[in-house]
Ligand binder design. Structure first.
Ligand code: GAL
Length: 375
């Protein structure tokens, strides 16, 4: 009896030591590197399932939203919804669950089996709502609907409620910055102009929306940037005050050159846009543009990738550029390596963007971390 307190003390001390060692070793084993193209386990050890995604930073936490894919080719359509993950360090991600669920009602716009791609979430200060935009194709119609869809939530990780979907800017002509020559303006009466063919065809119904992103500018304005006109031309359309529609002001960019997978960022007051060509799930060369004004002119600069497989973007396709919070000149190029035969196995290629003056370069690295931005 007399010895019991010692025994108890011993047990307590050894238990504390074990807990400490485990915590310590957990810390040591927590990944502090990105491994582009590798399986990326979440906090449950499951490969992150957030394809064609984008990231929103809110109060110390990064939220990654992307397409939840399932196994096989069926996984190329929306069987589950939009998945959300959270992280404080960008290496370790916690599964926050499905932020937007597909509907079991086949008549719903976001019915199970529809196509819901490239979700991007923005926070609207005025309404204090989180607004999710995505490319939507109605069930059973292939890629013919070409709609933009919106879902909203009071909480960043959802659940998001589906609001509406639409084509863009029906009945509206583009905005022409001062100095635009008369012959550069759209004239739908001129049926010989092939560059305007699809724009004019869709003028009344609204412009097509396929690959897309949302760009939130530093002045509180946000823009929907999307492949339009049968993927021939990008459009940049200003969002209204609550981010759930357009103001009607938009421009057409790089007309007739089939740019997909747009991703924008801003550095030193200059706008940058990355994108890809248009070859379905197969990779092609990335492309980049700059502009001093969101309305253009947008200057095409070719392929930012360097080294082996630069011609196929290291087998990936852009989806987002992530500015690192609190770190100047620190931007991550986020791309998807699609696996259309087994969609769930799609991988993520995150690579640092390197600046040479105002020019950018993207080079492959097998393993890297945020310290590269300190150099
Ligand atoms: C890609 C596009 C993807 C998906 C795919 C379907 O070009 O970027 O988001 O739409 O085509 O083939």
């Amino acid at each position: 009896m007399k010895r019991l307190p010692h025994v108890l003390l011993f047990i307590i001390i050894s238990l504390t030591a074990t807990v400490k060692t485990e915590a310590q070793s957990n810390l040591n084993t927590m990944p502090h590197y990105f491994y582009p193209g590798a399986i990326w386990p979440d906090n449950n050890g499951v490969h992150i399932n957030a394809h064609g995604g984008g990231i929103l930073y809110r109060m110390g936490v990064y939220y990654w939203f992307g397409e939840h894919k399932i196994e096989g080719e069926k996984g190329n359509s929306a069987q589950v919804g939009i998945h959300c993950y959270s992280s404080k360090d960008l290496y370790n991600w916690k599964d926050e669950g499905i932020a937007l669920k597909v509907s079991d009602d086949p008549k719903s716009d976001i019915a199970k089996g529809s196509i819901i791609e490239r979700p991007k979430v923005v926070y609207n200060k005025k309404t204090q709502k989180y607004v999710m935009w995505f490319h939507l194709e109605l069930l059973g119609k292939g890629y013919a609907s070409a709609l933009g869809g919106i879902a909203i939530s009071d909480k960043v990780n959802g659940p998001y409620s589906y609001l509406k979907s639409f084509r863009a800017n029906a009945g509206k002509m583009p905005f022409y910055p001062a100095g635009t020559a008369e012959e550069e303006k759209v004239n739908c009466a001129d049926t010989l102009n092939k560059d305007n063919k699809f724009f004019c065809r869709d003028f009344s119904r609204g412009q097509m929306i396929r690959d897309m992103t949302i760009f939130a500018d530093s002045d509180g304005k946000a823009y929907h940037v999307f492949s339009s006109e049968e993927n021939n031309t990008l459009q940049i359309a200003e969002l209204n005050d609550d981010y759930t529609g357009y103001t009607g002001k938009f421009v057409r960019v790089y007309i007739g050159h089939q740019t997909e997978a747009p991703a924008l960022f801003k550095r030193n007051g200059k706008y940058y846009m990355l994108g890809s060509g248009c070859t379905g799930w197969a990779p092609n060369a990335a492309r980049w543009f700059t502009a001093d004004n969101i309305w253009g002119p947008w200057i095409f600069h070719g392929n930012p990738c360097q080294g082996p497989e630069a011609q196929i973007t290291f087998k990936g396709q852009s989806t987002f550029v992530l500015p690192i919070e609190g770190k100047k000149n620190s931007f991550i190029f986020m791309a998807d390596k699609w696996e259309p035969k087994n969609a769930v196995d799609g991988r993520y290629l995150w690579l640092p963007i390197t600046f040479k003056g105002d020019d950018i370069q993207i080079t492959w690295v097998d393993k890297w971390n945020l310290k590269v931005f300190d150099q």
